[in-house]
Design a protein around this ligand. Sequence first.
Ligand code: FMN
Length: 227
Amino acid sequence: MEERAVVEKYPDFRYNQEKERGFYMKRTKNILVVNGCIRGFESRTWRLAEAFLNAMNESAPEPFSCTRLDLAQMELKPLTGAFFEERQRFLEENNRSHPRFDLARQFAQADRIVVAAPFWDLSIPAVVKLYIENISLDGITFGCREDGMYGMCRAEDMLFLTTRGGFYTDGPMEQGARYLEALCRMFGIPSFRCIYAEGMDFCPEREEELMGRATEEAREAGRLYWK
Ligand SMILES: Cc1cc2nc3c(=O)[nH]c(=O)nc-3n(C[C@H](O)[C@H](O)[C@H](O)COP(=O)(O)O)c2cc1C
């Protein structure tokens, strides 16, 4: 009874114990793909993600598990009214095992994270922000101490794939990749990479060239993912 409580609280506990005893089973890597593309098969961003995922899948040296969340289909709720109050109450009661926190636990336990989302209104679509509101939880994805916040996520990296209508690279108007990179710091995810195609609507005559370049970069990232 005692041990089960500990195992639930610290998912790595049994793994670490078995590792110490020298008979642990190697865990398969668990990749979380967060799809924030709204336009389905029309989405250029999702085309980039597919190029990456296919190459990553083909080059995998061993089986892995992959979960894809299609945010546009998930009817995520904003933190308002009773939904917000309930969250605050659970946190005050230190009750983090409620199913409404499943997404946060899933995010915290992923080994690697891939996010695909287009550039909307200088940032990301609202569904991605709704997702972030739902996974950003003190005690699950990050923690707080007197000296500040610390990350609690297991993931070693986040890859962000995006396409933009205009050209923004590294400029102050680009708030999508910048924001996700900052979140990685908060969640304790040490590595962040963004692969993007820009100028999709500003230079439609160059779309094929610019998408081609980004797609090749995504494929290469997939081929090297496990190295
Ligand atoms: C609602 C909406 C907001 C957008 N906001 C911007 C923007 O602020 N800046 C920009 O350069 N492009 C903007 N775009 C254009 C998209 O970034 C561009 O078309 C992108 O390639 C769309 O990705 P998708 O094909 O994966 O949907 C916006 C498009 C939509 C539909």
